[in-house]
Design a binder for this molecule. Structure first.
Ligand code: NIG
Ligand code: FE
Length: 421
C-alpha cells in the first residue's frame, strides 16, 4: 500500500522548483535552488510538499496520521534521483579484452574495423537467450538504482537484425515492467553495419527502414529512434533517411553525433527536431549556432570520452554561448562500462570544467528533458514523481562530484517507496 513519507531535518534539499522548468540554459546552469533545514512530503508516489522545517506546522500535512512514515535525515542532503538519458545497458557479456587492446595502443575505430566493438557485442547477444539477456541486464538495473538513478533511457543496437533487435527491445519492455525506475526505449538498428552488409551499407539502411522500423513501431517497442551518425558508421544521408522513416511511425529522433568527427550529425539531428544529440566531442561554431536555434538538448557523455581517451567537447564555450547541456552515462560494454551518474558528475567537473551546480542541473532537469521527462522527473517540485535519494553525512552538495570515488548515497526512494539497496 502506498502511504505518506515525511522526510524531516534535511540539511539541504537540492534542486527545488516552485515552477517546473523544461530545461536550464546558459548562465542559468550555474544557479541551483536549495532549501536549508527542510522537509519533504511524499504521498502515493508523488512529491506533495516541501519547504522549511519552521513552516512544517503551517502545512496541510496530517502530521499525526499513523499512516505517515517519518525519516529523520539529520545532517544529510536530499537530491532528486539522477536521470540517465543515454545508455546501452542491455548487452551480453563484457568486452574487457578490447580494454586491454586499447591499453596496448589500438583505437576504438581500429578495434571496430577488426570486427571487435559493436559487432563483437552483437555476436555475443545473438548467442544468448532472451531470458539470460534479461537476467544480465537486471543486474545492471539494480546497480544503477543503488547509485541513485531514477529514470533511464536504454537503446537497442547490439542486434543488427530484426530478430535480435526485437529481442533487445522486448527485454527493455520487460525491464519497464519489472523495476521502479522510469524507462524509455530507443531503437538503434543503425548502430553499426553488420558483417553481411559491410560492402553494402545502403542495403542495411534499407532493411532498417523497410523491415525493422515498421515492426518495432507496430509492436510499440520504442519511444525514440537513434542513428550512430559518425565517421566509419552512418552518413548524414543514411541518418536523414532513417530519421524520416522513424518520424513517420511516431518515433522522435535522439541521435549519436560528432563523437569521432565533424560528421554533420548535429545539424542532421537539429533538422529533424531531435530531442537530443549526444556525444558531441567534435563541436565547432557552426554546430553551436545550429543548436542555439533548436529545441534539441546537447548531451555529453564524459564517461566515454574519458574511457576512450578522446578530446573533450568544448562545454565551456557551449554553455557560455547560452546552450543547455545534459550529461548521461552511455553505460555500454565498449566505451563506457559504468552507469555511475555520480562519477559522470565528477568527470563533468574535472574533465569538462563544469561547476558543481552545472553538473547537477545537467544530470537532473536537463537529462530529464533529453528523455522527455522534465515535466515529471529531475527536480523536487510539487506533483512530480517521488524519486529522490538521501545522502550520507556530507558537508555540501559540492562534495558529491568532489569525492569522486566514494559511495555517498544512504537511502534511495523511488515512486515514494524506500528501496532496499
Ligand atoms: O555510445 N558510439 C556508439 N555507440 C556506443 C558504443 C557502443 C559500443 O562500443 O559497444 C557509444 O559510445
Ligand atoms: Fe551511446
Amino acid at each position: 500500500m502506498l502511504t505518506g513519507l515525511l522526510i524531516v531535518n534535511i540539511r539541504c534539499l537540492v534542486q527545488t522548483e516552485d515552477l517546473v522548468r523544461s530545461k536550464i540554459s546558459g548562465r542559468e546552469m550555474s544557479v541551483l535552488n536549495t532549501i536549508n533545514d527542510a522537509f519533504l512530503y511524499l504521498r502515493n508516489g508523488i512529491i506533495l510538499d516541501f519547504g522549511n522545517m519552521k513552516d512544517l506546522e503551517l502545512t496541510d500535512i496530517p502530521l499525526n496520521d499513523p499512516l505517515i512514515r517519518y525519516i529523520d535525515a539529520a545532517g544529510n542532503l536530499v537530491l532528486p534521483s539522477f536521470c540517465d538519458s543515454h545508455t546501452h545497458l542491455v548487452y551480453a557479456g563484457s568486452r574487457e579484452t578490447e580494454f586491454t587492446d586499447k591499453i596496448r595502443g589500438l583505437s576504438y575505430e581500429e578495434i571496430a574495423r577488426r570486427g571487435g566493438g559493436i559487432l563483437n557485442s552483437a555476436g555475443k547477444l545473438h548467442e544468448i537467450s532472451e531470458e539470460e539477456l534479461f537476467a544480465q541486464s537486471m543486474v545492471r538495473i539494480r546497480e544503477i538504482i543503488a547509485l541513485g538513478t531514477g529514470a533511464v533511457e536504454i537503446k537497442s543496437g547490439y542486434g543488427l537484425n530484426l530478430e535480435d533487435e526485437l529481442k533487445m527491445l522486448r527485454v527493455i519492455k520487460r525491464i519497464k515492467g519489472s523495476c521502479p525506475m522510469e524507462v524509455k526505449a530507443t531503437f538503434l538498428g543503425a548502430h553499426a553495419v553488420p558483417r553481411e552488409f559491410i560492402n553494402n551499407r545502403e542495403k542495411y539502411v534499407d532493411l532498417v527502414i523497410g523491415e525493422m522500423i515498421p515492426v518495432v513501431a507496430s509492436e510499440e517497442l520504442a519511444d525514440y529512434i537513434d542513428v550512430f551518425c559518425d565517421r566509419g558508421f552512418f552518413s548524414v544521408e543514411d541518418t536523414e533517411r532513417i530519421l524520416m522513416a522513424g518520424i513517420k511511425y511516431g518515433l522522435t529522433a535522439k541521435i549519436h553525433a560528432n563523437e569521432l568527427d565533424y560528421s554533420g550529425g548535429i545539424q542532421a539531428g537539429v533538422k529533424y527536431n531531435a530531442l537530443s544529440v549526444d556525444h558531441l566531442e567534435c563541436t565547432g561554431d557552426n554546430e553551436i549556432v545550429a543548436l542555439l536555434e533548436s529545441d534539441t538538448m546537447p548531451t555529453l557523455l564524459p564517461g566515454s570520452s574519458f574511457f576512450l581517451g578522446l578530446n573533450d567537447p568544448p562545454v565551456r564555450k557551449m554553455i557560455d554561448s547560452g546552450l543547455p547541456v545534459a550529461l548521461a552515462s552511455d553505460y555500454n560494454p565498449g566505451s563506457s562500462p559504468s552507469g555511475n551518474m555520480k562519477m559522470v558528475m565528477s568527470l563533468g567537473c574535472i574533465k569538462l570544467r563544469m561547476l558543481p551546480e552545472e553538473v547537477i542541473n545537467a544530470v537532473t532537469v536537463n537529462s530529464a528533458y533529453a528523455m522527455g521527462l522534465s515535466g515529471t522527473h529531475g527536480s523536487i517540485a510539487r506533483g512530480k514523481v517521488a524519486n529522490v535519494f538521501i545522502t550520507k553525512e556530507i558537508p555540501s552538495y559540492e562534495f558529491m562530484p568532489y569525492a569522486f570515488g566514494s559511495d555517498l548515497i544512504e537511502t534511495v526512494i523511488l515512486k515514494g517507496e524506500v528501496i532496499n539497496k
